[in-house]
Design a protein around this ligand. Structure first.
Ligand code: GLY
Length: 355
C-alpha cells in the first residue's frame, strides 16, 4: 500500500500519514514538517525494544539531536508521577521552546507525551508515532492528552494538537491479538458513529483491512475535531461507550484494558438504547456480533451499583447532569443528557440481556 496523507484542520493544521515503513522514514518526514532540531523521544519499555533504534537512527540521520525517555509499559504508568519524571527529564536535557517531543507507542505513551509537550515551558511541539491500532485509529489524532488520577480515567490533561502523526502500518502486523482487539473496539465505535462504509469493514475479518479502517476512522475523527476541537459540543459523540467503559476500567483497577472496556461499554449502551425504544434489537445484535467477531467481550463483570458509582466521578458529568451517547442505527448516534440520578437505571437496563 502507498502512504496516504489525511489533513486535519485543527490547531494549526497537521498531516496524518498512514503507510508502511514510516518509522524508518520518520527523520526525513519530521525534518520537512518541523525542521531538524532537538527531539526527545518518549516511549515505553515494550516499544523501546521493538522500534526505538530505527526511529533514533532515522531522526539522527535527518539532522535531529535525539534524547530518549522510556517508562514501564501499561496503564499503571499513566499518572502524575510519570508525567513529572518526563518533565524533569526534559529540563535536565535542556530542551527549549524550539525543540520537540516524539510520542513513540500506544495510547498511554501518546497521552503522557502530549501532556508533557503541552505543559513543558508552557507548550512545545510534538509528533505522534502510534504503534498500536488504538493509537492509530483514535488517540494519536485530535490532541487529547491526559493522565489518570485516583478519582478516575484521564482526569488531568489538556488539548494540544500534534505537529504530525506518522502511522507506520508495519507495526500492526506484530501486535498480539488482544492489543489488536483493543484498537478494533475504537474502530467499531467510529464505525457505529460514521456509518456503513467503515462499520461493514469491521464485520467478519477486519485484520486484512486495517489501513482502510485507519484511514476512514481518522477522516471521520478529523471532521469532528475540526468542528469542536475542545469537546464543547459535537466532539462528545466520540465518547460512545466511554462512560461505562471508563467505569469498567476503574472498577477493574485498570486490569481491563481501555479497548475491551469500551467494547463492553458500547454493548451496554446499545442494549440500553433498545430498552429505551430508540434503537432496534437488530442493530444492537449486529453491534454485539461485530464486537464478538473482533475478539471483544460484551459482558461486564460489575454491577450497576459499582458502575454507576465509578461513572459519577467521570469528567463527562457536568454538575447534576451527565451526557451519554446512544445509537439509533449504524451511522446515527445522538447525545442524551440525563440527571445523574437516572444513570443507574440506564446502566441497569444495559446490563440485561435482550430477549
Ligand atoms: N477519544 C475520543 C476523542 O478524542 O474525543
Amino acid at each position: 500500500m502507498d502512504t496516504l496523507t489525511i489533513d486535519i484542520d485543527a490547531g494549526t493544521g497537521y498531516e496524518v500519514m498512514v503507510g508502511p515503513e514510516l518509522l524508518q522514514r520518520c527523520g526525513d518526514i519530521a525534518a520537512r514538517l518541523v525542521g531538524p532540531r532537538r527531539v526527545a523521544v518518549i516511549t515505553d519499555e515494550t516499544v523501546e525494544k521493538l522500534y526505538l533504534d530505527p526511529v533514533v537512527r532515522s531522526l539522527t540521520g535527518a539532522g535531529f539531536r535525539v534524547c530518549t525517555f522510556s517508562f514501564l509499559a501499561g496503564e499503571g504508568s499513566k499518572n502524575i508521577g510519570t508525567l513529572s519524571a518526563i518533565l524533569e527529564f526534559l529540563a535536565e536535557e535542556g530542551l527549549t521552546r524550539s525543540d520537540c517531543l516524539a510520542a513513540l507507542g500506544g495510547g498511554v505513551v501518546g497521552d503522557l507525551a502530549g501532556f508533557a509537550a503541552g505543559c513543558y515551558l508552557r507548550g512545545i511541539r510534538y509528533l505522534q508515532l502510534p504503534t498500536t491500532l488504538l493509537a492509530a485509529v483514535d488517540s494519536s489524532v485530535g490532541g487529547k492528552t491526559a493522565v489518570n488520577l485516583r478519582g478516575g480515567k484521564n482526569m488531568a490533561g489538556l488539548f494540544l494538537q500534534p505537529a504530525a502523526v506518522l502511522c507506520d502500518t508495519g507495526c500492526l502486523a506484530t501486535l498480539p491479538p488482544p492489543v489488536l482487539a483493543d484498537g478494533l473496539a475504537e474502530a467499531i465505535k467510529t464505525g457505529i458513529l460514521s456509518g456503513e462504509e467503515l462499520f461493514s469493514l469491521l464485520e467478519g475479518d477486519a485484520a486484512g483491512r486495517l489501513s482502510e479502517i485507519i484511514a476512514l476512522s481518522v477522516r471521520f475523527k478529523g471532521d469532528i475535531v475540526k468542528a469542536d476541537e475542545c469537546e464543547a459540543g459535537p466532539r462528545r459523540i466520540l465518547n460512545l461507550g466511554h462512560t461505562v467503559g471508563h467505569a469498567i476500567e476503574k472498577c477493574s483497577g485498570y486490569r481491563i484494558t481501555h479497548g475491551r472496556a469500551v467494547a463492553a461499554g458500547i454493548a451496554v449502551i446499545a442494549r440500553a438504547a433498545v430498552k429505551l425504544g430508540c434503537c432496534s434489537a437488530v442493530t444492537a445484535a449486529r453491534i454485539e456480533k461485530t464486537l464478538l467477531e473482533n475478539g471483544l467481550s460484551v459482558t461486564v463483570p460489575f454491577s450497576a451499583d459499582e458502575l454507576t458509582a465509578a461513572a459519577l466521578g467521570d469528567k463527562k458529568r457536568s454538575g447534576e447532569e451527565i451526557t451519554l451517547v446512544l445509537p439509533r442505527q449504524i451511522g446515527d448516534c445522538f447525545l442524551w443528557t440525563i440527571a445523574v440520578a437516572d444513570l443507574h437505571s440506564v446502566i441497569a437496563a444495559g446490563l440485561e440481556v435482550i430477549r
